[in-house]
Design a protein around this ligand. Sequence first.
Ligand code: COA
Length: 186
Amino acid sequence: MILSTGRLDLREMTDADLPALRAILHDPVAMIAYEGAFDDAESLAWLRRMQERYADDGFGLWAVVLRETGEMIGQCGITRQRIDQDEVIEVGYLFARAHWHRGYAVEAASACRDWAFRELPIDELYAKVRSTNVASMNVAIRLGTTVRRTFTTHYRGVDMPHLAFAVSREAWSRGRRSVPEEPAGS
Ligand SMILES: CC(C)(COP(=O)(O)OP(=O)(O)OC[C@H]1O[C@@H](n2cnc3c(N)ncnc32)[C@H](O)[C@@H]1OP(=O)(O)O)[C@@H](O)C(=O)NCCC(=O)NCCS
């Protein structure tokens, strides 16, 4: 287990997660920001890429499991990414459509943000968001990130304008200090 939150457990994906992963990556609505659904070969390549990331970096997009049912409902985690010429560390999140609008993405991504600042020597954590992806922007805003710049990626034959959201270590620690302590004895 990598992380646990109030409702969720995050762990590395294994081959046994392929059906749940396909359910997300085959959904054309969930995959709008990626220019449409993946097929079986693309879904398997995605899983293999994550497994390479676990081995090479010690992190990647992890399976998000709803503790109450044991179901894998999404992926969330930390990856190395490029923004123009810069290599950055990013928090990423993709959830099955049946589990949107319940706060799971922010819950999982907040835990991943905290993990990244605890475990990695980074000054900033990024979230790359396609300029059309309003739901993802709202998650990024709830993580305490602000827009640093715009950039364009070229993926699946399409130019995709993006926003680079980020939160600094300093702003992250300031945010944690301003969370009121639980009263003693509560
Ligand atoms: C991006 C994505 C994960 C966001 O999902 P989401 O359901 O909007 O985000 P959350 O799970 O954090 O839920 C937040 C919403 O649930 C609502 N909510 C309901 N119950 C809640 C609860 N108990 N706690 C917190 N929020 C709750 C919030 O008000 C919020 O709604 P709003 O944004 O309309 O105000 C989802 O749209 C997705 O998987 N998209 C496809 C993949 C993708 O594009 N990923 C991003 C690539 S950059």
